[in-house]
Design a protein around this ligand. Structure first.
Ligand code: ATP
Length: 202
């Protein structure tokens, strides 16, 4: 089945755009949500984390000791890279398992990931979409949604690749601002993906 990756910077509205695709019957795999879930369910990942960051990474009841991990990886690029090297392949495994269970009648699926390009995950998708919005709009949305300061949003933004870099790797973009209808942009892409899916089947 055709696999479409979708990403965008913090506050770009990628989750909102995915909800529009869902109304068209397109299943969406939310990689960041799944990444949190598999921290306590994927045996290979759990063992990898314990080996790399110590058995204190998990409490006796099997729940994740977020504070322990955060203390190690916070502001430490090398340790964060080690964590990502464990989590990203586990998310890929979860996506493959999820995708394999989808009905064969579904024309395509979406994989939504904040770090689609940074993780290399985009290479496993047939096409990739970048959701964009001006920096000021993204900041305004996130400060309201998460009740955080502009500085906190900027700090999170600076950890991601900039749109100028991501756009080079994307096949399509969706401009999620009030000046353009997101629904019309999604419908146009949906049509393109249906045609592509049909041509893949032939
Ligand atoms: P993050 O990476 O932080 O999870 P995201 O890219 O998934 O963000 P959303 O959560 O979809 O972004 O949107 C951020 C906020 O902006 C939400 O509160 C959402 O309701 C709002 N928003 C998204 N798109 C629009 C839009 N076109 N018009 C108005 N508000 C919007």
């Amino acid at each position: 089945m055709l696999k479409i990756g979708i990403t965008g910077g913090i506050g770009s509205g990628k989750t909102t755009v995915c909800k529009v695709f869902e109304t068209l019957g397109i299943p969406v795999f939310y990689a960041d949500t799944v990444a949190k879930q598999i921290m306590t369910t994927d045996f290979t990942l759990i063992e990898g984390i314990k080996t790399t960051f110590g058995s204190a990474s998990y409490f006796e009841d099997g729940s994740l000791n977020n504070k322990h991990i955060a203390n190690i990886v916070f502001n430490n690029e090398k340790e964060l890279a080690k964590l990502n090297a464990l989590v990203h392949p586990a998310v890929f495994r979860a996506f493959d398992a999820w995708d394999a269970k989808l009905s064969k009648n579904i024309p395509y699926s979406l994989k939504e990931a904040a770090l689609l390009f940074e993780s290399g995950s985009y290479k496993m998708c047939d096409k990739n979409i970048l959701v964009t919005a001006p920096q000021a709009v993204k900041i305004a949305r996130v400060t309201v949604r998460d009740n955080v300061s502009e500085e906190q949003v900027l700090a999170r933004m600076n950890k991601q690749l900039q749109d100028e870099e991501k756009i080079k790797l994307a096949d399509f973009d969706i401009n999620n601002t009030e000046s353009q209808s997101v629904i019309l942009q999604v419908l146009a892409l949906h049509k393109t993906f249906l045609e592509l899916a049909a041509s893949y089947k032939q």
